[in-house]
Ligand binder design. Sequence first.
Ligand code: 5MM
Length: 340
Amino acid sequence: MNAQKLIDTAKTLVAEGKGLLAMDESNPTCDKRFERLGIPQTVEARRAWRELIVTTPGLGESISGAILFDETIRQQKKDGTPFVTVLTDAGIIPGIKVDAGAKELAAHPGEKITEGLDGLRERLAQYSQMGARFAKWRAVIAPGDAIPSRGCIEANAHALALYAALCQEAGLVPIVEPEVLMDGDHTLERCRVITEEVLRTVFNQLYTQRVLLEGLILKPNMVLPGLTCPRQEGVDEVARATVRSLLWTVPAAVSGIAFLSGGQSAELSSARLNAMNAGFKSRLPWALTFSFSRAIQQPALELWRGEEANVLAAQKALYHRARCNSAARRGQYDAAMERA
Ligand code: 5MM
């Protein structure tokens, strides 16, 4: 393991003014989003959408790395240029989602365990050959009546740590993503308690598995009330609660934290990230940035709708969201940017 190389990559991914673009939706997820907008659910439509994204002019100004899916890392532009080359030429580091999805956890109704460890060492070597320099694995924790259980949290944390150690062995920076879902009517306080328990368990496991903390990026949820909770706290309360939970659970050695958006609107995701950086940046030991999928892609997807004639408008929307989040990474986002 080349520790310095891992640390350099991790620090580049969370550099000032930069964040990650998650474009690693599995085919079923991507197809579901296409179906809602009447876009054909075909390999070619998914390729065309991903070509639109990676060829967006100026994307590298705000995006340090793009997380790809297995299908996408093997694809090319219409003219035959591999997406990995297009990204690298734009100054964007290619990464790859390597988990095999969240499946029912035996004996734990309503809970999931992320699979994909079998053969992972070999897959990581192949992805590294293809040009990936970092990887991603997502664990899903659902708040509900009497859940999450210790069994679910521990099983997922253990898998995340084994994955992270294998990534570092292969020279890839692991993005460690334990997501506490927003679905449900739980309060912000309940989300805080669960998030802290999950993060404490994950970092215990990372330590036990000898993972180099400086050479990884944490991709957590923000601390939020459930989507159907009657009380929805304001931007500043969310920022304060999230920063507090991270300070209590994430070691200072970690290079960076890049949030998932998890179903928040694009504008709220930017505003909340901005409030954390504007209010607390000088007191934080790690960089706080974004690794959004829906909160960057969705407005552009709604403009594109699978039509060639809409490509430029969609790319402008994508560029705009990337710029807004870059500003939020600096603590310089303003809602007026949305009207500009
Ligand atoms: C939580 O999802 C991750 C971040 O996306 P959002 O910002 O939209 O929440 C995302 O990287 C996710 O892991 C991928 O889209 C893959 O999801 P699926 O469910 O297709 O494996």
